[in-house]
Design a binder for this molecule. Structure first.
Ligand SMILES: [Zn+2]
Ligand SMILES: [Zn+2]
Length: 302
């Protein structure tokens, strides 16, 4: 009798295992293929950066993220990071292994005086964010700080797939974000104080997709799939594609290229009817930045 039960249990387990493989987040069938990411030797990069992603975290995080500590938390998923870019930058201290000389790109770009350093950034991205019920129009999207109650605050308000801070698409009062972009390094980031961050399309997070086999290119605009990260209120930031690689339908875009629909990678729906924006200046040059206005309530922001 005992032996029969045991065999039956094994049979049940075997069935469960077989049925489980289709939705196993580690199933290579879920990804675009082999990694084409090539780290620069001797640097801190996606293959050796620090960060632990809990195996029971939602598959959106186990599949698409790197270089951060990620675990389930009350009401959401906590992502904590030191914010250090896992790629080369002219904003590292000159004695850091990831330091490279600033590239002026033929004279259009100039280095800012800051040096990046380690941060202590943590957000609990909400599982079920609450919409504010606003409509995001040109009247409130102006890329300037302190011009609307609905905008994100200054400083880190999101995290990119590679653990780097995302700042909202705003310059400090009196400054111009369209001008500030000329201090971006080759990964389109720069530091405010010591906090390195991105404002718009960047190869950094796209390299994670390449590393994990979702995409064969980290050049913005050329990825098979383009996902950049999450804003603190739960807004997802995508690039020129939806998460399944298809072309976004811009028919219902708001003033920051945002709209709502399920976010699906082709086999798994990660978010239902979730607000997200598309950053893709080749396609939508009028609004090339990450979001400025928080669609959801920002109680999870800081
Ligand atoms: Zn900035
Ligand atoms: Zn979309």
């Amino acid at each position: 009798m005992t032996r029969l039960t045991c065999l039956m249990t094994l049979a049940l387990l075997a069935t469960a295992c077989t049925e489980g493989t289709g939705t196993d987040p580690d199933d290579p069938d879920n990804t675009a293929g082999e990694s084409t990411y090539e780290p620069v030797e001797g640097t801190t990069n996606l293959t050796n950066c620090s960060g632990t992603i809990a195996s029971d975290a939602p598959s959106f995080f186990t599949e698409f993220w790197a270089c951060a500590d990620i675990s389930n938390a009350s009401g959401g998923v906590q992502v904590s990071t030191d914010g250090l870019p896992p790629h080369q930058s002219a904003y590292y201290a000159t004695d850091h292994e990831n330091y490279v000389a600033f590239d002026t790109r033929g004279g259009t770009h100039r280095v800012n005086p800051n040096t990046l350093g380690s941060q202590n950034i943590s957000f609990t991205f909400p599982d079920d964010p609450t919409p504010k019920g606003i409509t995001i129009t040109d009247a409130i999207v102006d890329n300037e700080m302190m011009t609307s109650d609905e905008e994100y605050s200054g400083g880190p308000v999101g995290i990119a797939l590679n653990g780097v801070s995302i700042f909202a698409a705003m310059a400090a009062p009196g400054d111009d974000l369209w001008e500030e972009q000329y201090t971006f390094d080759l990964y389109e980031g720069h530091p405010a104080g010591t906090t390195y961050h991105y404002h718009f399309e960047t190869p950094g997070p796209l390299e994670v997709l390449q590393h994990k086999g979702w995409s064969t290119s980290s050049t913005p605009g050329q990825g098979d799939v383009e996902l950049y990260g999450l804003m603190c209120d739960g807004t997802v930031v995508l690039g020129c594609t939806e998460l399944d690689g298809s072309a976004p339908d811009d028919g219902d875009f708001d003033a920051q290229n945002g709209h709502l629909h399920d976010i699906d990678d082709g086999s798994t729906t990660h978010f239902e009817n979730r607000y997200h924006t598309h950053v893709c200046p080749d396609e939508w040059p009028d609004y090339p930045f990450f979001p400025e206005i928080a669609y959801y309530q920002t109680t999870t922001c800081r």
